[in-house]
Design a protein around this ligand. Structure first.
Ligand SMILES: Cc1cc2nc3c(=O)[nH]c(=O)nc-3n(C[C@H](O)[C@H](O)[C@H](O)COP(=O)(O)O)c2cc1C
Length: 210
């Protein structure tokens, strides 16, 4: 086994940081936001996940205070959109560093769809979107207690949009939606197959968990 401390890896053996390949696959938080002045923004965040089912909480982390974090903080709202196999190139196009005020929707050739409870629009082509209200913006500390330039934006889901074309017997069919997930650097995974495992008996609701 190789062991190293993150700041001291052997760069001749490991020129790329394995960290982002180890916490993988990471779901893509495809985040749409609207600034107070009406500017619309859309960008992918793979430092993204769900943290609680009840209340339903999701969060994304911004490396530097980027537009998505800034717009989410000032408006108190954001929308998560599912990135799928069919939308992979458009998702990638929305990561372009465009100047403030020019919409990644237009840049990537995506349609906006109105949200119901927040001002930020949804990605019309996406099979599922979550309207969220910001609950916390946490500036992350490092081990020394120093504040870093990393910001975790957490939001509570207040509205859910599902394209019913993907509904099968009361459940969203994940293998039809084909969400994509990031595996580090330019690599992605696509969920086109699932397997099921029953949980051990006795856990009950107390066990909870995602
Ligand atoms: C799949 C993917 C995942 C990304 N994940 C993150 C992330 O978790 N945090 C981050 O700061 N940037 C991430 N980026 C880069 C941002 O998408 C990029 O910097 C974008 O321009 C930010 O847009 P904004 O300033 O409009 O929010 C990711 C890019 C891609 C393609």
């Amino acid at each position: 086994m190789i062991f190293y401390e993150p700041h001291a890896r052997d760069r001749s053996l490991l020129p790329h940081d394995p960290f982002k390949q180890l916490i993988a696959p990471r779901p893509v938080g495809w985040i749409s936001t609207m600034a107070i002045n009406g500017d619309v923004n859309l960008a992918p965040y793979s430092f993204f996940n769900a943290f609680s089912g009840a209340p339903p909480l999701v969060g994304f982390s911004s490396e530097g205070f980027k537009d998505s974090a800034s717009f989410a903080q000032e408006s108190g709202e954001f929308v998560w959109n599912m990135a799928t196999w069919d939308l992979r190139d458009k998702m990638n196009a929305t990561s372009a560093p465009l100047p403030r005020g020019s919409s990644e929707f237009t840049h990537a050739g995506l349609e906006t769809a109105p949200s119901k409870l927040v001002r930020a629009p949804r990605v019309a082509e996406s099979p599922a979107s979550l309207e969220c209200k910001v609950t916390q913006v946490v500036r992350l500390n490092d081990l020394t207690g120093e504040a870093t330039d990393r910001y975790l934006v957490i939001g509570q889901v207040i509205g859910v949009h599902l394209n019913e074309a993907y509904l099968r017997e009361g459940m969203m069919d994940i293998t039809l939606m084909k969400p994509i997930a990031r595996c580090g650097y330019q690599d992605y995974a696509v969920v086109d197959k699932v397997f099921s495992i029953k949980r051990p008996p006795g856990g009950g609701n107390q066990a909870g968990g995602g």
